[in-house]
Write a protein of this length. Structure first.
Lengths: 154, 572, 649
């Protein structure tokens, strides 16, 4: 356990289960994803079986247990984005990036995640790559985005 | 407060605070359920128990909905039956189609429900769950394809055993019951007690079966198979085969085992006497030296695992004595090699236990001598029942087999090990004798009897008072450990059994044990104690003989090597 | 008069404005108030919409461009970050106000337009292609030739009560809220009213919960108030996770203090001294705005210990959700707050009696709470005068889909759906025909054209089998395939089902499978397959009934709605998919039949090479042809043709 981690835990009283989600959120913010040894330490701190912690974490979309790719695609599949064809974009992304939604490519370059709503229905369809928003995306735009990122990775 | 409600057009009196199901149970109307567990607060997972209530638009779950004064209830209206049937059809849509080959065929609650609701076709076509059997655990096997996510296993593991080894992983139709990072069940938290198997309505959970290999051994002319049985097993067999639980039952039971091909049969109770001797001496020593108190019993492997893996602070409090199964194994291996002229490697020791954790215990590294385990195979009571049927043993035609084995005598104290409180009672009788040189009077300790999860009492031995606690249901032990950690220091001796009410309700016992059958099994054991002449371990002539010829003084260094284990903390 | 310092402004606002709820001010007070409200300004003020929708559209760049403009031109101007005005489709929005003149609003102000636009304004002209209107204000000089904002069709039918400040004031500065009458209701409440009285007022207003259930808020509060307990909780449900609904976010980002004030009054009414805001995890902007707002409210003494010296205490904590739709359900939300899986439990017991950590708990939606301050300010009769009987007040909607305008709107209950579509949304985009309006989120229903004249309201919608839901309103045009849309919702619901009860977990999955088989190209062309698929659709109805009847919580009980409503109103589309294997809207790719236009085909051979089924024949430089029986409808040829020679029916 490093200092940063100890600091996070110390903000939440030991043995109080209601601290679980905020703790996991903070750890994931720092580390990017949740590992088993991290969960084990949280388990000790909250006096909860580790499996219960995993059960809680695996329930929520926010938590993930593998690192994202260097280029993390979030494709919005809210109703508006659906109406503007997001499912086609999803297929295209899966094909071109060679990753399935919800996973990371083996070389760690790309990962793809479906999100419910990015909150910009008026500019649908929306794709978020790392921190950059692409709005009113057309198939042509998508190709450009993918190619520029692939070139960057080469 | 009492009031009238209407159920299926009849007036029924109900009490405020009752659930609809409480009332239905009382008036003899059965509603199906897959998730309900007696003694647990209802969760409403399965929705099978829904009923129609006038004025409520949807159907309401009778297990959790409280009765109210105006209620008019229909429990089996066409709408209700259609709903229940559809629910079963939904479950069956993805359920594997292999009932004939399933462990639970004929005893499956889902199968029974499908029959009851007259499900005659696979109405919803869906991709069937593929069988992915989790074999990681030495005691328990899981087949998530057959799981209906009723949640009973999770609840018993959380609330009764208190270890929370499993949980629902994921969400929606992707939900599966599993463990951390979807690794197998061989996780630190699981204590292998098998209580989850007991409550599983389908074939999703079962013990890791070894009886097939036992049958192979029985047919191998080069091997010399012998069997030891736990004190609780004969009563369960009697129950299963509708035999009278009189004195003859043990001899009938022996006869059955002989018929199956076991060369010699041993009653583990005798080793329990040995355990008592060692434990009693160990306790007296600790008591006199005021060291490592309270002392915890160590016969329950699930409990030992719990201390090792989850509460290692208490390792030094555990008795170092091996469990009766392991002592017995060790003894008979030595005995047979020297007496029956068999080579050690040819002797195959099977033990039949009401327990799944014993399978795990027998495989532990510290339960072996130069790589050879003391016990070669452990089968559960359920597996033995299967074997009896498979090998065509018919009790009605059996001649009772006299007890002629080498370790044929046991005291009734050893027999008591199967019930929560019984182990304490048995060991206290010898502690009393060891500390004072006189037999305790009376021998019977009423405070330690009965179906209670925690029993506490104070026993006067000579000039000392000894405070003892008997706890069953591992979750209750956590409370006790917390008390001790918080500074409680008046307790001297604690008996722990992982399964609620002890081994009579073990994870390897026949399924569907209710309170009635538990009381029956308990009575059988206490009756034996009533009638037995030798009621204390130290008066067992075999034990005396063993100590004179073979062993050193109880709890001596020499015996330590043979009958004890060293409790070293497991690396966390 | 020298400009007052921060402390002076604070004291002025708290003592002279908040604590004076008569509404009458002396001249000096009125003058200073007008300055703080930016009604009287001595230098130009620029407002930029910085809600999430604005940010995604690039308003932060617009902001920096404006900042740079004023720096370079050495103009002493105030830049105000505001929330979203609601007209999201017009983002980035920038308003400019010159001293003495009315405030003008410009749309689509991307960074490169800032300079020209501001130059024009300072030369007293407006770039008409960007200007959407001006704000009416009695003492300000008007811009000639420019319409009023409130007269725009998008705003004309709206009645903005809870959105009153949104887009107009700075959500980052509590003074803006105070100057506009904020926290006066809280002051009045804690000093003048008993908790019972507050419950009574809310009950009289006939306010019903805006989170979907529509339970009378005052009645709910009374239950919690009358349940004896030493600890009670108020939870503000801001876990807005309907896909396509974002009105709570608009509110939280545009006027956070209104929600906080509502929470404070509600907590007082039920006797809670601890409140939680359960905020959807994705709402990062809302989080920082709320955190800042809570901090300010505490500094001003509106939260914390001994509020206004009344002896009342209240702490508000933000709890971030973690991405699970089901946590919008109150018992699941409570389970999640307690640190567990967001699994709903059986009601009764209701949270008002036994909720968070076993204590009485009220869970109210953001919009419900945002309504509270104004009800206390203007009285229940005022609130009842808006809307219609049984559905009093206003309702906020997220307007999305194929309408010309989209965004967040607030309308008085009782206006017709068609008014929203035709006036507020400005009709359907690109001159397409309206097909239906989807209302109430993923478990809502599609309202067909024949019911467009239905009035918005709890009971009136129920008559046509619909419900308000959270307030997502989606306009569907003729290019929408109702079967595919229904499948979309079912996919969402089965993914978001918590998995606890069988009907919801297994039932939604089976429904999805049946819908999947309906939109897929059949494996074989035989009639057996058609029959199976038809049987599937019949099974949908049985399944729907059982899922609705037996599910544990609202998610499951309402999950069949999209199926039932589409089967009821658009059954012919299902039949078309099954019997004719056609999708009129062309959305279901699998059912497309592809053809090659011989006029356009150059015979380049690309499609032939790419076709995985060898279904295309033709020689080089000659028009190609698709063998229909071999084609699986994968669409690879369509995507690969550079000459648009391939079309589908």
């Amino acid at each position: 356990m490093d200092q940063q981690f100890i600091n996070i835990l110390s903000e939440y009283p030991a043995g109080k289960k209601e601290g679980l989600l905020p703790i996991l959120q903070e750890i994931q913010k720092e580390r990017g994803f949740l590992t088993e040894d991290v969960l084990a330490d949280v388990s000790l701190h909250l006096n909860l079986p580790i499996n219960k912690i995993y059960g809680v974490a695996a329930f929520y979309d926010q938590f993930h247990f593998h690192p994202h790719g260097r280029n993390h695609f979030r494709i919005c599949n809210g109703t508006a984005c659906y109406l503007f064809g997001s499912s086609t974009f999803l297929k295209e992304l899966e094909k071109q990036l060679k990753v399935k939604a919800g996973s990371t490519s083996r070389d760690g370059k790309f990962s793809l995640e479906i999100v419910t709503c990015l909150g910009s229905c008026d500019q649908a369809p929306v794709i978020l790559v790392n921190e950059t928003y692409y709005t009113r995306v057309t198939p042509g735009d998508l190709n450009k985005i993918i190619h520029s990122l692939k070139d960057k990775e080469e | 407060m009492q009031f009238d409600i209407e159920i299926n057009k009849e007036h029924v009196t109900a009490k405020k605070g009752e659930t609809i199901k409480n009332v239905l149970d009382r008036i003899g109307i059965k509603v199906p359920t897959l998730c309900y567990m007696n003694g647990f607060s209802p969760t409403g997972n399965c929705r099978m128990c829904v009923v129609e209530v006038d004025g409520i638009p949807g159907l309401v779950p009778s297990c959790s909905h409280p009765v109210e004064e105006w209620m008019k209830i229909r429990t089996h209206s066409p709408r209700v039956i259609k709903a229940r049937k559809t629910l079963v059809e939904l479950l069956l849509a993805s359920h594997p189609n292999d009932c004939l080959y399933c462990e639970r065929n004929g005893q499956c609650e889902l199968q029974a429900l499908a029959a009851e609701l007259d499900v005659r076709e696979r109405k919803y076509q869906s991709k069937r769950n593929s069988n992915q059997i989790d074999k990681a655990c030495p005691s328990i096997e899981r087949d998530t394809a057959k799981c209906v996510l009723c949640g009973r296993c999770i609840r018993i593991c959380d609330e009764i055993i208190g270890v929370g080894a499993i949980d629902v992983i994921g969400r929606g139709s992707e939900s599966r019951i599993g463990t951390t990072y979807n690794k197998g069940l061989n996780v630190r938290a699981c204590v292998k007690c098998g209580q989850c198997i007991q409550v599983c309505p389908t074939g999703a959970l079962s013990e890791k079966q070894t009886f097939q290999s036992v049958i192979e051994v029985l047919n191998n002319p080069d091997l010399y198979p012998v069997i030891q049985f736990s004190p609780t097993v004969p009563a369960s067999i009697a129950e299963e085969f509708n035999l009278k639980t009189n004195k003859d039952i043990l001899n009938l039971f022996r006869a059955a085992l002989k018929k199956m091909g076991f060369r010699q049969i041993f009653d583990t109770s005798m080793a329990a006497d040995l355990t008592i001797m060692e434990e009693a001496a160990e306790f007296t020593d600790r008591f006199n030296k005021h060291r490592s108190l309270p002392m915890f019993t160590s016969c329950c492997p699930s409990w030992v695992k719990f201390v090792e893996d989850i509460r290692p602070k208490f390792l030094e409090n555990l008795s170092s004595a091996r469990s009766p199964q392991q002592m017995m194994g060790r003894l008979i291996k030595q005995y047979i090699t020297s007496s029956a002229g068999q080579k050690s490697k040819n002797v195959f020791i099977v033990s039949v236990m009401p327990c799944t954790a014993k399978k795990y215990e027998a495989g532990l590294d510290n339960q072996k001598e130069s790589e050879v385990p003391f016990v070669d195979a452990v089968i559960t009571t359920r597996e033995l029942i299967k074997m009896i049927r498979l090998l065509g043993i018919d009790f009605s035609g059996l001649e009772p087999e006299p007890n002629d084995s080498a370790f044929s005598i046991r005291s009734s104290a050893g027999k008591l090990f199967g019930i929560s409180g019984g182990h304490l009672e048995g060991v206290l009788r010898t502690i009393g004798f060891m500390m004072t040189g006189q037999e305790m009077n009376p021998l019977k300790i009423n405070d330690l009897r009965g179906l209670k999860s925690r029993k506490e009492t104070r026993i006067k031995i000579g000039k000392h008072f000894i405070n003892v606690v008997s706890v069953s249901g591992l979750a209750n032990v956590k409370t006790l450990l917390d008390e001790i950690e918080a500074g409680r220091n008046d307790i001297h001796l604690v008996e722990v059994m992982t399964c609620p009410f002890g081994c009579i309700n073990g994870g390897g016992q026949p399924k569907g044990s209710d309170e009635k059958s538990l009381k029956m099994r308990m009575k059988t054991i206490y009756d034996v104690d009533e009638e037995e002449i030798i009621k204390v371990a130290h008066k067992n002539p075999i034990i005396k003989d063993l100590y004179e010829k073979f062993l050193a003084k109880p709890n001596s260094d020499r015996n330590k090597e043979l009958l004890h284990v060293s409790r070293c903390p497991v690396e966390l | 008069m020298s400009a007052p310092n921060t402390q002076q402004i604070k004291d002025f606002l708290v003592e002279k404005i908040v604590k004076n709820y008569s509404g009458f001010f002396d001249k000096g007070t009125a003058d200073l108030l007008a300055q703080i409200k930016r009604e009287k300004i001595s230098h130009p003020v620029v407002y930029i919409g910085m809600g999430t929708c604005g940010l995604i559209a690039g308003s932060d760049k617009t902001f920096r461009a404006a900042e740079k403009y004023f720096e370079e031109n050495k103009v002493d101007a105030e830049l105000v970050k505001v929330g979203c005005l609601g007209l999201c489709s017009a983002e980035p929005l920038m308003d400019v106000q010159l001293p003495g003149k009315t405030r003008i609003s410009f749309q689509h102000v991307t960074e490169e337009k800032v300079e020209d636009l501001l130059n024009a304004v300072f030369h007293h002209t407006v770039m008409s292609e960007n200007a959407i209107g001006q704000y009416r204000f009695h003492s300000h000089e008007e811009w000639p030739g420019l319409g009023y904002i409130e007269q725009l069709p998008f705003f004309a039918l709206q009645r903005r009560n809870v959105l009153r400040n949104t887009g107009n004031i700075s959500p980052f500065n509590i003074n803006d809220y105070l100057a506009n009458g904020g926290y006066r209701s809280l002051f009045k409440t804690v000093l003048n009213y008993t908790a019972e009285k507050v419950c009574e007022i809310i009950d009289q207003s006939e306010l019903r919960g805006r989170g979907g259930g529509g339970y009378p808020t005052g009645k709910k509060w009374s239950v919690a108030l009358n349940t004896g307990s030493d600890q009670k909780y108020l939870i503000c449900n801001a876990d807005e996770s309907d896909p396509g609904a974002f009105m709570d976010r608009t509110l939280l980002e545009g006027d956070p203090h209104r929600v906080i004030e509502g929470i404070a009054i509600a907590a007082y009414a039920i006797g809670a001294n601890k409140a939680y805001i359960y905020l959807r995890s994705e709402y990062k902007q809302s989080l920082s705005i709320l955190q800042n707002a809570l901090q300010q409210a505490k500094e001003y003494g509106f939260l914390g210990e001994n509020i206004f010296g009344s002896g009342v205490n209240l702490n508000i904590l933000i709890h971030q959700g973690a991405g699970a739709f089901i946590c919008g359900e109150e018992t699941a939300l409570i389970a999640s707050l307690e640190g567990g899986r967001g699994i709903p439990h059986e009601k009764p017991p209701y949270p008002a009696e036994k909720g968070l950590f076993g204590h009485p708990t009220i869970v109210n939606n953001v919009e419900t709470l945002a309504n509270i301050p104004a009800i206390l300010e203007n009285g229940p009769l005022w609130f009842k005068s808006i809307g219609k009987k049984g559905s009093t007040g206003t309702k906020v909607f997220s307007l999305t889909g194929k309408g010309v305008n989209s965004g967040t709107i607030e309308i008085p209950m009782g206006i017709k759906i068609s008014d929203i579509v035709n006036s507020i949304a400005g009709g359907v985009k690109d001159g397409k025909k309206l097909k239906a309006v989807q209302l109430g989120g993923p478990s809502g229903v599609c309202i067909p054209l024949k019911d467009m004249e239905t009035e918005i309201g709890f009971d009136s919608l129920q008559v046509i089998g619909a419900s308000l839901g959270l307030g997502g309103l989606i306009i569907l045009d003729e290019d929408t395939c109702m079967v595919n849309l229904c499948r979309y919702f079912m996919e969402f619901l089965q993914k978001e089902s918590c998995g606890k009860c069988i009907p919801c977990r297994e039932g939604t999955k089976r429904m999805l499978e049946i819908l999947d088989s309906t939109i897929r190209r059949p494996k074989e062309e035989g009639s057996h397959d058609t029959l199976e698929r038809f049987k599937g659709v019949v099974q949908l109805e049985t399944l729907a009934e059982v899922i609705r009847d037996t599910s544990l919580c609202g998610l499951g009980q309402n999950a069949p709605n999209p199926v039932l409503s589409s089967l009821k109103w658009f059954r012919e589309e299902y039949e078309e998919h099954i019997f004719d294997r056609k999708c009129q809207a062309g959305v279901c790719h699998d059912l497309r039949t592809y053809f090659i236009d011989p006029e356009l085909c150059t015979g380049c051979n690309v499609c032939q090479k790419k076709c995985p089924e060898n279904a295309i024949i033709g020689s080089v430089k000659m028009p190609h042809f698709i063998i229909e029986s071999k084609c699986t409808g994968c669409g690879i040829c369509f995507d690969s043709c550079k000459f648009s020679a391939i079309y589908f029916k």
